[in-house]
Design a protein around this ligand. Sequence first.
Ligand SMILES: Cc1cc2nc3c(=O)[nH]c(=O)nc-3n(C[C@H](O)[C@H](O)[C@H](O)COP(=O)(O)OP(=O)(O)OC[C@H]3O[C@@H](n4cnc5c(N)ncnc54)[C@H](O)[C@@H]3O)c2cc1C
Length: 277
Amino acid sequence: MEAAIIAAKRGHDVTIYEKADRLGGKLVFSEQVSFKYDLAKFMNYQINLVKKLGVNVKLNTEATPEMIEAGKYDWVLAAVGANAFVPPIPGTDGKNVMIAEECYKHIDEIGENVVLIGGGEVGCETALALAEKGKKVSIIEMLPELCPETFHLTRGVMLGLMNDKGIAQYTSARCTGITEKGVAFLDKDGKEQFVECDVVVMSSGMRPRSDLAESFHMTAPDFAAIGDCVVAKNVRTATRDAYDNLHIPACLHRLALRLQTLKYTKYSCGFHPGSRQ
Ligand SMILES: Cc1cc2nc3c(=O)[nH]c(=O)nc-3n(C[C@H](O)[C@H](O)[C@H](O)COP(=O)(O)OP(=O)(O)OC[C@H]3O[C@@H](n4cnc5c(N)ncnc54)[C@H](O)[C@@H]3O)c2cc1C
């Protein structure tokens, strides 16, 4: 949406293809969580701007390279996001297993006893959102600490809240299997443990949909991949990526391309050697 807003403000004729039935991407979850109201506000602000600027939005439309090529666009930006990474643990295909994004969609209906596998920022925040709904929550993390990459002040508040809410935390723990009764894991001392639960939520990281993004590479004279489909990070990075791609003059992109010598190295603005330019 950020890229569409900037391009529309510059007077371009812009179309967004969105396979879901609404705009917002991964941020749609923020409407379900009390402490994510600022993110929900940002998402709705962008949705309103997209409408106000007359961007042509095609919902329920899964873009394919053929479809986009047929549109004869001058510039294509792929912002197809990332997929949840599901580690190869036996039982992840069970009916009681879901990814964090899905869990938010059904947060009121899912069972009372929940285990999260993965204690990064998404895992910890999902654990808090579930605890706020009165669920009994446990979190299992392979690393010795929860959300080590989170900004220290935010992390301190988050861990404090998790303790207040009585969220059970198992760190340096390795999951060995999931059954319909719960999750088995080896604790930090190598001892076998089992946590009973109704639902298992996978919050074990995201993987960029770079192959899908790359498939749109030759569909227009100019192309860039932006956001989570390049590096799955956060809203700030995705928004900044859109801003950079639309604000750096085209001549600089071309210069960067000419200077590019390594076949598979990406220029940070998303252009790739070997494009039509
Ligand atoms: C549970 C969860 C919580 C998060 N919490 C935070 C947070 O608190 N703060 C923060 O900064 N970040 C957070 N993030 C990360 C943040 O949501 C992403 O970094 C950001 O949404 C990336 O934006 P994007 O536009 O690149 O991708 P996305 O938001 O994933 O959007 C991609 C869009 O492309 C659509 N799409 C995919 N393929 C096609 C196709 N072929 N045709 C048409 N449409 C297609 C998808 O339907 C989707 O709407 C969270 C992520 C998750 C999963």
